[in-house]
Design a protein around this ligand. Structure first.
Ligand SMILES: Cc1cc2nc3c(=O)[nH]c(=O)nc-3n(C[C@H](O)[C@H](O)[C@H](O)COP(=O)(O)O)c2cc1C
Length: 352
């Protein structure tokens, strides 16, 4: 009965939301969640419908205990506004950010587009975020035990040569408030950011962050988020650095600059212009990247899989490819909140 009702409600909710401009729909959804979850019992009701508790879903990855393998990808709650609410949809971890030291407006609007025929999005948000201070103040009021990842980056105005300082500032200020870190060096929407994936630059970044980390009494897991557009020879160099500096894992992958094999009319895609493509069309690219890292590292590097997970089958594909954890963004937008539970149920069925 619940599933029937859910399908009807989600059909109309999505229909309505998709009439709105994408970024407005996103912010409106946040507003609605915040209002509704203030009503007594609503959050508990959502939890009772969307969460699944089973010891067999628990995962110990890079020293942290996840109550299930499904998390929310970076970019959805960039500013940690809903950290006390989003676990009601069944996520065991939420990656906030990308956070930069200073507040940033991001690129000019419109900067988020739907490709409905492809179940995809194109975004050129450009690290719009409230900046470190505001994010830290929100994290201080965290009331749930959901695991929080801190995805960090550089401000647009910071020259590439000084970018390590931005990462260091974010790392230090967020250290007390997040459970793990992700160095985002793969967003296509901040000029030159992806150059930080190059061996020499990445080594400087990783070594400096890891040395700060190691000076703490209780170091935190640090992961690197990579682009699905990397060549495998670049991935080899990243794997070498991950091993050399004892990096906890890799998040694979971010959005792509490619536009191959889309069902959406070519001219419409061209009109949208620059930006990172996400959702269904990047599923295979992301899976291939995960398979490669898993095989090349003989399974020694924990992989957080993200990219085109739109169904339980897609999630299983990522796990079979070698992922320890998975994250959703575009799938959550197109398929709705029940996707998290459906994935967890499928994992239970497949592996137990
Ligand atoms: C609107 C939007 C904003 C995003 N912002 C960020 C971000 O700030 N930092 C980041 O690391 N990834 C960001 N991402 C990328 C996602 O975290 C994820 O890697 C990508 O969307 C692929 O997963 P998906 O196919 O499930 O969406 C963003 C994605 C979208 C759609």
């Amino acid at each position: 009965m619940f599933y029937l009702l859910y399908n009807v409600v989600w059909f109309f909710t999505r229909f309505f939301l998709f009439l709105l401009p994408p970024e407005f729909a996103h912010n409106f959804t946040f507003f609605i969640i915040r209002i509704f979850f203030k009503i007594p019992f609503v959050k508990n009701f959502a939890k009772s419908k969307y969460c699944i508790y089973n010891k067999k879903l628990e995962r110990n990855v890079f020293g942290l205990k996840f109550s299930n393998p499904v998390g929310l990808a970076a970019g959805f709650d960039k500013n940690a506004k809903l950290i006390n609410d989003l676990d009601a949809f069944g996520f065991s971890f939420i990656e906030i950010g990308t956070v930069t030291p200073k507040t940033q407006y991001g690129n000019k609007k419109p900067r988020l587009f739907r490709l409905r025929k492809d179940k995809a999005l194109i975004n050129r948000m450009g690290f719009n975020n409230d900046g470190l201070d505001k994010v830290v103040s929100r994290l201080k009021s965290k009331r749930t035990n959901v695991i929080i990842g801190g995805n960090i980056g550089k401000n647009k105005i910071t020259p590439l040569e000084k970018s390590v300082e931005d990462y260091e500032k974010c790392f230090n200020d967020l250290f007390k408030y997040v459970d793990y870190f992700v160095l985002n060096v793969s967003s296509p929407n901040t000029p030159q950011l992806r150059e930080l994936q190059r061996k020499d630059k990445l080594e400087v970044l990783i070594s400096s962050i890891q040395s700060i980390n190691n000076s703490k009494s209780c170091p935190k897991p640090i992961l690197i988020k990579i682009s699905p557009d990397l060549h495998f020879k670049d991935v080899d160099e990243i794997i070498t650095l991950i091993k050399k500096y004892n990096i906890a894992g890799v998040v694979a992958a971010n959005s792509t600059n490619k536009r191959d094999g889309l069902k959406t009319n070519f001219n419409n895609v061209k009109k949208i212009g620059l930006g990172g493509l996400t959702g269904s069309p990047i599923r295979e690219m992301s899976t291939n990247m995960i398979k490669y890292i898993y095989q090349k590292s003989s399974g020694s590097i924990p992989i957080v899989a993200v990219g085109g997970i739109m169904s339980p089958e897609d999630a299983i594909e990522k796990i079979e490819a070698g992922a320890s954890l998975i994250q959703l963004y575009t799938g959550f937008v197109y398929e709705g909140p029940l996707l998290v539970k459906r994935i967890n149920k499928a994992i239970l069925k497949k592996y137990n």
